[in-house]
Write a protein that binds this ligand. Structure first.
Ligand code: PLP
Length: 293
């Protein structure tokens, strides 16, 4: 995986090796910060407004002041592509924390928000997109504000690691049997031609790709029902899939010991994937974002 050397920080653009913080950093000590991951196709940001808007919503929800406006941030992120001459498929990771200050739970009076953003290459995972993945279920022991894209990801990390140790791709969270989302993706069940997923409340992250799937479903005339489903109901699923910025739309073929339907990606999942791939093709036809054509 290529990591591009120039990063964006609160003090401007710099080589990644030059970025240092005092060890008393609130992101490290309290998880006191928020983040975003934006997909890049052919040097262009996908769902750009959606991700930047969500970053501002997350920051506002934790009373964190960002050192730029929405438009300024977009300009900086495009400059980041340019400075790295980034023309491939990848992601940008951006995080903002409540700064560096002597450790104290209270907000520091004079600390400045620490920000950095960096870019990695990330090719599309053709194998997962084509054949689907296995998953496990885990109780959702996270806090009640999962709509905030906060840095507090320990329950997500532990559940995903357990999935990986069982040879699976993702862990599906549930609260008393009701499925919410996965550790780093949203999850859907298709039954009798309808797509079911947990409603966009505070208990899940409102995924940008989830919104896109809702739009595609509308266009395709497939009912998109914001009504959760239970772990038990998975045995009745015709199809299942998950979505995220890095995963796109991946079929789920197995949950714990249950094979989903016939164990093969289903037709509604395929239709949504086709629409997604068509959208990406529009980036292939254009120059990277920083080249003014
Ligand atoms: N749910 C969680 C917990 C996530 O961390 C993510 C993405 O990181 C998602 C859902 C999917 O969100 P998006 O489609 O915006 O990537």
């Amino acid at each position: 995986m290529t990591q591009y050397p120039i990063i964006m920080s609160q003090t401007g653009f710099t080589h990644k090796d030059n970025l240092t913080y005092p060890f008393e950093e609130r992101g490290l000590q309290f998880g006191d910060g928020v983040y975003e991951v934006i997909r890049i196709y052919n040097g262009q940001y996908d769902l750009f407004d959606e991700h930047v808007n969500r970053l501002f919503q997350s920051a506002e929800a934790i009373k964190l002041e960002l050192p730029f406006t929405n438009e300024e941030l977009k300009t900086l992120l495009i400059e980041l592509l340019e400075k790295n001459d980034m023309r491939a498929d990848g992601t940008v990771y951006l995080q903002a924390t409540r700064g560096s200050a002597p450790r104290n739970h209270l907000f520091p009076a004079d600390a400045k928000t620490n920000v950095y953003a960096y870019i990695n290459d990330l090719p599309r995972n053709e194998e997962h997109l084509e054949h689907g993945v296995s998953t496990i279920t885990k109780p959702d022991v996270r806090w009640s504000y999962c709509y905030i894209k906060s840095l507090n990801l320990l329950p997500n990390v532990l559940a995903k690691q357990e999935a990986r140790q069982q040879g699976c791709y993702e862990a599906i969270f549930h609260i008393d049997g009701e499925v919410t989302e996965c550790t780093s993706s949203n999850v859907y069940l298709v039954h009798a031609g309808k797509i079911y997923t947990f409603p966009a409340t505070k208990r899940i992250l409102h995924g940008c790709v989830r919104r896109r799937v809702e739009n595609y479903a509308d266009e395709l005339g497939i009912p998109f029902v914001e009504d959760g489903f239970t772990v038990e109901e998975i045995t009745t699923a015709d199809e299942m899939f998950l979505t995220s910025t890095t995963s796109e739309i991946i079929p789920i073929t197995k949950v714990d010991q249950t094979i989903v339907a016939d164990g093969k990606p289903g037709p509604i999942t395929r239709k949504l994937q086709e629409r997604f791939s068509a959208q990406i093709q529009t980036y292939r036809k254009k120059d990277p974002q920083f080249i003014q054509s």
